[in-house]
Design a binder for this molecule. Structure first.
Ligand code: ZN
Length: 423
């Protein structure tokens, strides 16, 4: 894989400790490429050949490029910005034994708990503060140092620890923040990071994140590990493909949506009207009718890009006997008879055809028939904007760990496929 792309990917992952940071970074990349920011609360006046983006909740983004000529349908890619993590609760400080200050947190999404223990963590997200003019302003916050840790219980105090352990999120997963001298300082630290007075902070969405940097490792440096590969690896690769693609024949649409890890049913998630509203407004502003929109939709294709499970080297029996994706083996086409993944014969054929054109290898994933798998945003988005859609992802291990592992080659495959897609 091109070394520069790998560097860009690790930089993107490390500088995106929360969904708000991911969207902020994507906005910056798009702005540098002359994309113009639109606002949902202002009138849109679009022109042919124009490039735009719009955000919702600062945690979802849709960018699009309008072709100069009359469009022949739309080409849409969607991935997600959020990752499972622990969210800081209101009134977070917990005084313990007059000796410790812990933070009270709750689970966001379905994470693996064990790998959150015994490693340096910190906090990132956003705070909403009252500004001097009396308005409310959102500030990104990242305490960029080792700040917290969730210590394991010693083996001597739980001899059964290695025989399987049921984690209690309220008891086992609270991070240690400091000794008693830390009492009353947490929100002050957050306020300082936002350059705001503590009393001015009226709301927050703060998450724990793993401090360990990305690593390229293995005998031939063939693996990459980092937090949030699911799904920022797809968000990054499809952004690179979106920027590189010609975008002359179709309306090219790039989406990164929040809330996938909690079912997508928020105002900014895939189940919301965000994509529908955006596509409708694009059509209205360009002078198209609803009839035109429906005709375009029937001629459109969507790639729902969310990482996939590679065969695990220690658990090869967990994979389907005849559909076995591996790291560095190419893009994974995901199938599920019950349509948790919306790939069908038609969309599989369209995607395989695209990858053949781009000379990109494709692998297939299907759950073992005796195991229920995950789901993703493709079929959820289809309930708002219904079109031919394929579910794909990049192969990875340890999904929903705070330190996931993927192959170094696969990002480039998705960049090449999506570049060819946005023709
Ligand atoms: Zn995902």
């Amino acid at each position: 894989m091109r070394r520069s792309i790998l560097n860009e990917l690790t930089q993107f992952l490390e500088s995106s400790p929360s969904c708000f940071h991911a969207i902020y970074n994507i906005k910056n990349i798009l702005s540098k490429e002359q994309f113009i920011q639109l606002h949902e609360n202002k009138k849109w006046q679009l022109r042919r050949g124009g490039r735009y983006f719009v955000t919702r909740n600062d945690s979802s983004i849709i960018a699009f490029a309008v072709p100069e000529q009359d469009m022949s349908g739309m080409r849409i890619i969607a991935s997600h910005s959020d990752s499972p993590a622990f969210k800081v609760k209101e009134n977070p400080e917990l005084e313990t034994d007059d000796r410790y200050i812990r933070l009270n947190v709750e689970r966001y999404g379905g994470m693996l708990c064990a790998p959150w223990l015994d490693r340096p963590l910190s906090v990132a997200g956003r705070v909403i503060a009252k500004d001097r003019q009396g308005g409310l302003r959102s500030h990104l916050v990242n305490i960029d140092r080792d700040l917290l840790l969730i210590p394991n219980l010693a083996i001597h105090m739980n001899r059964d620890a290695n025989n399987g352990y049921k984690y209690n999120a309220q008891k086992d997963m609270l991070p240690l923040y400091g000794s008693l001298t830390a009492k009353g300082t947490f929100m002050k630290m957050i306020a300082d990071a936002a350059s705001a007075d503590e009393s001015a902070i009226l709301g927050h969405d703060l998450f724990l994140y793993n401090r360990q940097k990305a690593s390229i490792w293995g005998a031939s440096k063939e693996f990459i590990s980092c937090g949030r590969l699911d799904d920022l690896q797809c968000a990054f690769a499809s952004l690179k493909g979106f920027l590189a693609g010609e975008k002359t024949a179709h309306l090219a649409v790039y989406c990164v949506l929040d809330s996938e890890e909690v079912g997508s049913t928020t105002k900014q998630g895939a189940a919301s009207t965000f994509l529908y509203d955006t596509l409708t407004r694009i059509h209205n502003s360009l002078g198209y009718t609803r009839e035109d929109y429906l005709i375009h939709l029937a001629d459109s294709f969507m790639i729902s890009a969310d990482n996939a499970h590679a065969v695990h080297p220690n658990h090869t029996d967990k994979a389907d006997p005849s559909n076995r994706p591996y790291l560095n083996g190419g893009i994974v086409l995901k199938f599920n008879a019950n349509q948790k993944y919306c790939t069908d014969g038609i969309s599989a054929a369209m995607f395989r055809d695209l990858c053949n054109t781009a000379d990109v290898p494709v692998q297939t994933f299907v759950n073992r028939s005796d195991m229920a798998g995950g789901s993703t945003l493709g079929n959820i988005s289809n309930t708002q904007v219904a079109l031919n859609t394929v579910d794909i992802g990049l192969p990875q291990l340890a999904m929903h760990s705070p330190y996931e592992t993927a192959g170094v080659e696969d990002t480039d495959y998705l960049i090449r496929a999506t570049e060819a897609f946005y023709c």
